[in-house]
Every structure is written in C-alpha cells, then in structure tokens.
Write a new protein. Structure first.
Length: 153
C-alpha cells in the first residue's frame, strides 16, 4: 500500500444513524408520556368503565414496552477496521472479515447502505442511512476506503 493511500484510509470507522436516532428517542418519549397520562387520567373519566390500580399499571407497562420497541430503531451501528466490519442492526450483530465482503454499496434510491457478500446475498447496514445526508456520504466513503485497502493487500 502506498503512503498516499495509507494516509487516506482511516484506522477505524464507527457510524450510527443520526436523524433516525433523534426521531426514535423523541417518538419513544412521546409514546411513553401519552401512556402515562392515559394511565393517570382514565380512572377519573366518566366512561362507564371502572379502572383499578392494576389497569393503570398495565397501561403504563404497555407504554414502556412500546417505547422500548421504538428505541430499537436507535440501535444500529457499524464498526469497521483493517480486519473486517461489524454490523449491528435492530436484531443483532454480525462480524465479517473483509475477504467475505465483495462490495460496499449504496444503491440509488435505497434508504441505507449494504454489504454484498455473494450472489444475490447482502447484509443491510442500517447505521448508514440516506436520511443523514453528508454524514452517510462520509461514512460510506470511509468504509469503502477500508474495504479497498484490505482487499488490495
């Protein structure tokens, strides 16, 4: 690897979605607040239904579960270094060596980047989202530079 290429390749990249995280956190707070208010206010309303303390707790617990589910959208992260890339999406994390990654792509119109790993197989990279604009461009360029440096050697 030449000195010029070595200087442009970052030692490691860590990227997370920015706008999606903000949207998820704000949405989770709003949902939780609505369920807490509903749990507190409903017993006082004249609807003909009698709410007990257990019902109030259940309403708040449902709000907590929904808010937690919404916060899963803030979980994606990608970590890349000279050896490989770790992609953590909503469900779980997956570590791939660069030798397993054929291409790092961001198809036109796609909401997020992806790693092509074989014939018609890919790993979505939810941490690099089109919604983030220049942040996504910088992240995908850095990941591509690491991939190019690792596959040239």
């Amino acid at each position: 690897m030449s000195d010029a290429v070595a200087r442009t390749v970052p030692p490691a990249v860590v990227a997370r979605p920015r706008k999606a995280r903000v949207i998820a956190v704000v949405s989770a707070v709003v949902v939780l607040a609505l369920f807490v208010v509903a749990g507190v206010v409903l017993p006082a309303s004249d609807t003909g239904v009698y709410f007990r303390a257990a019902d109030q707790v259940a309403i708040v617990a449902i709000g907590v579960l929904l808010a937690g589910g919404i916060l899963l959208a803030a979980r994606p992260r990608v970590r890349a270094d000279a050896e490989g890339i770790e992609v953590r999406n909503v469900g779980g994390a997956r570590r791939l060596p660069w030798s397993a990654v054929k291409r790092v792509t961001f198809p036109d119109g796609a909401p997020w980047a992806r790693l092509d790993i074989g014939a018609d197989e890919y790993v979505p990279v939810l941490a690099i989202q089109a919604l983030d604009g220049q942040h996504a461009v910088d992240a995908i360029r850095a990941v591509r530079a690491l991939h190019a440096a690792a596959t040239k050697e």
